[in-house]
Design a protein around this ligand. Structure first.
Ligand SMILES: N[C@@H](CCC(=O)N[C@@H](CS)C(=O)NCC(=O)O)C(=O)O
Length: 246
């Protein structure tokens, strides 16, 4: 199936019995979470990319919130990135991602709850226009990175939050971390630069994550993210940007 985004008016691509499908958007960090899990577990899945400005009616009928990601198989519809990742992990248990240890499981959930404290200032900084606001958001981002640095350090030898193998939380966090370098370039402001020496454990995690086939398979480099966010900033998101190469 073509990866070109489906906009309003485009016909519904018929589903096939027993075939898993993801409704996605190529630059969406939430949908990337699901695609990371799909790739990590080698789960065959067809991809239907959606134009989130001009959403097709059939997409809104599937998920009235109008958000990606959504998984679909036969009569089952699974929206929300965290729910999709948990469902995939339960239905395809090989390469298990959720920790078995109840304490680790609880802490993965807590770490995920705190992610909003990183996502908020990340997008806040992207939208910010004046320098003092950018500085404030940069300080918030750095504070929360420090928090994750300490938590990751407490997980033992690493390099992942899941130890020697990634856990579900590694994939929930990665898409947002991937976008941090783009933010510095986009805003042309060094105050946003990640200070690797202050977060050595996270920096090693970043390196290890980039080696994972699932990450290689789903990621965009910083400049591609910058160009995507520029298109968003102009009010004309280019959903099919870099489609030929990616
Ligand atoms: N809570 C949702 C958030 C998903 C989300 O915000 N997706 C964005 C794209 S990155 C979206 O679909 N936006 C379209 C809209 O909100 O109308 C999740 O975790 O899946």
């Amino acid at each position: 199936m073509s990866l070109k985004s489906h906009a309003q008016g485009s016909p519904f691509p018929p589903t096939k019995p027993g075939v898993l499908r993801i409704y996605s958007m190529r630059f969406c960090p939430f949908a990337q979470r699901t695609r990371l899990v799909l790739a990590h577990k080698n789960i065959p899945c067809e991809v239907v990319n959606v134009d989130l400005v001009k959403k097709p009616d059939w997409f809104l009928a599937l998920n009235p919130l109008g958000q990606v990601p959504v998984l679909q198989i036969d009569d089952k519809i699974i929206p929300e990135s965290t729910a999709t990742c948990d469902w995939l992990d339960d239905v395809y248990p090989e390469n298990r991602l959720q920790p078995v240890d109840p304490y680790l499981k609880v802490w993965d959930r807590v770490l995920h709850e705190y992610i909003s404290k990183l996502i908020g200032p990340l997008y806040g900084a992207m939208r910010a226009t004046d320098a003092s606001e950018i500085e404030m958001k940069a300080a918030e981002i750095k504070k929360h990175l420090q928090f994750y640095e300490e938590k990751l350090k407490g997980r033992g030898d690493g390099p992942f939050f899941g130890g020697s193998k990634p856990s579900g939380f590694d994939f929930l966090m990665w898409p947002f971390y991937e976008r941090l370098p783009a933010l510095t370039i986009l805003k042309d402001n060094p105050v946003l630069e990640i200070e690797a020496d202050k977060i050595p454990t996270l920096t090693a995690w970043d390196k290890a994550m980039r080696q994972l086939p699932a990450v290689k398979n789903t990621m965009f480099n910083a400049l591609s993210h910058v160009n995507w966010y520029k298109s968003v900033g102009k009010g004309t998101p280019d959903y099919d940007m870099y489609l030929a190469e990616h």
